[in-house]
Design a protein around this ligand. Structure first.
Ligand code: LLP
Length: 444
């Protein structure tokens, strides 16, 4: 790391001429094209490559379909909840994994049938449960308490509901600690090791309104190694075999969650769906060989479909030099892309139209907090005020985690499909910013 910094510093000092080594394209977008979008729609602007999203969905699904006889692919809406993006994935053939009433309603509104929606929150309210039951959504239960709450709801509504249980296999997914979910200290799922999961299924069997459909396990996000996925297959399969042997339960589906990572840095090899699918499929078939029935394999990725399709384009407000650091001040911040701050995440940065000499810069946001640095120590051409920079791989957990903190407007979003750009979220306005707030008469 230190060597790299030294090399980049030396390069910066010799002040290489402009274009040397600087990319002129990002994915399928030329930088000129991104600048045109920035001028047309304003900044900050999320730009998505819709063709890439579709391609990645098909690549993922065909990899798993080639490795296992029955598969169903859900899209985890939380990664990017823009209506057009969710609709695009629905058209491609995805079902919907949802975490809240809002996400369920988005999915229903876009035409996903209830049976293609899985509701997976670890903390569901009675209202959310009732809504899911009324709409034929499959409820993925996270705890005994969650189960009892659902039983109370279905007894009141006298309505059947398909269910699964999220189990916690205690697997280390080797990812950032904030997004590791399937280890024994996490808040998610019913621990397999303590047999509580058998008790949960047994309890569910006693309630005539519950239709036991599956088992689910999501061990974490941004997973770049095969081994945790395989360990998850082994442990979930063990649970499936025990359910058959001890309770006579045959499941319709085994859901291994999402979590497939994408490379955020140059030179990092991707873990491909083909590699994961081949090994997961092979392992699952072996593990379930004596089961006597064949459940559907369900997966529910988010990031893999949309992560590298999205670019956050921002405008340079100024460049600031101190004796210690060099800052490019941009018109966005952790309010629009929180991943660097929250997960120490690395996003590649491009200066789209800078022509200045190379320098080593920090990309500083416009939020009034010291932590609002979107990228550090990047060797980039010195931009001028008004030039544009792009933060890459921002399609997943970018816009969907954005907030109006510091009263900046939420960014606009553009989807590019078959070479055509369309606005899919207009920029917030002053009215949007204060909507729902009430200024008390006595304070006017
Ligand atoms: N299924 C469940 C139950 C999940 O909780 C998640 C993500 C997914 C599927 C999709 O995981 P993916 O394929 O996208 O890794 N904000 C973080 C990621 C949080 C993931 C939350 N759960 C980030 O920006 O890295």
């Amino acid at each position: 790391m230190r060597t790299l910094t030294l090399v980049t510093t030396i390069l910066a000092l010799v002040a290489l001429p402009v274009k040397a080594g600087q990319p002129t394209r990002t994915g399928r977008f030329s930088h000129d094209q991104l600048v045109r979008y920035a001028e047309k729609y304003g900044t900050p602007l999320y730009v998505y490559d819709g063709d890439l999203i579709e391609m990645k969905f098909h690549r993922f699904r065909s990899a798993f379909a080639a490795a296992y006889p029955k598969v169903k692919i859900y899209y985890a809406l939380k990664a990017n909840t823009n209506l057009s993006i969710v609709a695009l994935l629905r058209k491609a053939g995805a079902a919907a994994e949802c975490i809240s009433l809002g996400e369920i309603r988005i999915a229903l509104g876009l035409g996903f049938p209830g049976q293609d929606i899985l509701f997976t929150s670890s903390s569901k309210s009675p209202d959310e449960l009732a809504f899911a039951v009324e709409n034929g959504v499959t409820v993925n239960l996270d705890s005994m308490g969650d189960l009892e709450n659902l039983i109370a709801v279905v007894e009141r509504l006298q309505k059947k509901v398909p269910i699964s249980f999220r189990i916690n296999p205690d697997v280390d997914p080797k990812t950032h600690r904030h997004i590791a979910t399937g280890h024994k200290f996490s808040k998610f799922g019913i621990l397999i090791a303590h047999d509580e999961f058998i008790a949960a299924y047994r309890r569910a069997l006693q309630c005539p309104w519950l239709e036991i459909k599956g088992i689910q396990s999501h061990i974490g996000s941004q997973i770049m190694q095969l081994e945790p996925f395989i360990r998850n297959v082994e442990l979930v399969s063990l649970a499936v075999r025990r359910l058959k042997k001890e309770l006579g339960i045959e499941l319709e589906f085994i859901d291994l969650g999402g979590g497939l990572g994408i490379p955020y840095q140059d030179g990092v090899a991707p873990l491909t769906p083909r590699t994961v699918a081949a090994e997961v499929g092979r392992r699952l078939k072996t593990e379930l060989a004596d089961l006597g029935y064949l459940p559907t394999l369900v997966l529910e990725p988010g990031r893999y479909f949309v992560g590298d399709s999205g670019i956050l384009v921002a405008r340079v407000n100024s460049v600031k030099h101190t004796p210690y650091r060099h800052f490019i001040n941009v018109n966005t911040g952790f309010n629009h892309l929180i991943r660097p701050l929250l997960y120490e995440a690395y996003h590649r940065v491009r200066v789209l139209n800078g022509t200045g000499k190379l320098g080593l810069f920090d990309l500083a946001g416009n939020i009034c907090e010291t932590g609002d640095i979107l990228a550090q120590d990047r060797l980039l051409p010195t931009p001028r005020p008004g030039d544009y920079v792009a933060f890459l791989d921002a399609g997943a957990y970018g816009a969907s985690m954005a907030s109006p903190y510091n009263s900046f407007f939420m960014p606009a979003e553009v989807l590019v499909r078959h070479g055509r750009d369309s606005l899919i979220r207009s920029r917030q306005t002053m009215d949007d910013l204060t909507r729902n707030q009430i200024l008390l008469d006595e304070l006017r």
